[in-house]
Write a protein that binds this ligand. Structure first.
Ligand SMILES: [Zn+2]
Length: 91
């Protein structure tokens, strides 16, 4: 799944029980309040759950600038965050 698609899924998910968008480090996403920043930025752009999937350029740009560094990378059967070095068991 692309980072973009993962973010769209996270934003539009009704229950929103996930700690972070799939593929991103939950520790970094939470600790640095990426979630708050992201939703604040969305609000400033007039983006909400109903039109976010049309805002491909904006979401992709935001992801590249702010989220690419906390993407998890596969190492064996683990997913590792290159920023905080925490590893998670791959699902
Ligand atoms: Zn991390």
């Amino acid at each position: 799944m692309s980072l973009f698609q993962s973010i769209i899924n996270f934003v539009t998910k009704k229950e929103a029980k996930q700690a972070a968008p799939e593929g991103l480090c939950p520790n970094c996403w939470g600790r640095q309040e990426y979630e708050g920043q992201f939703f604040e930025a969305m609000k400033n752009e007039g983006i909400d759950v109903n039109n976010v999937s049309e805002k491909v350029g904006w979401v992709q740009d935001y992801a590249d600038k702010h989220l690419a560094g906390i993407e998890l990378h596969e190492e064996g059967d683990q997913l590792v965050c290159s920023k905080c070095k925490i590893s998670y068991r791959a699902q």
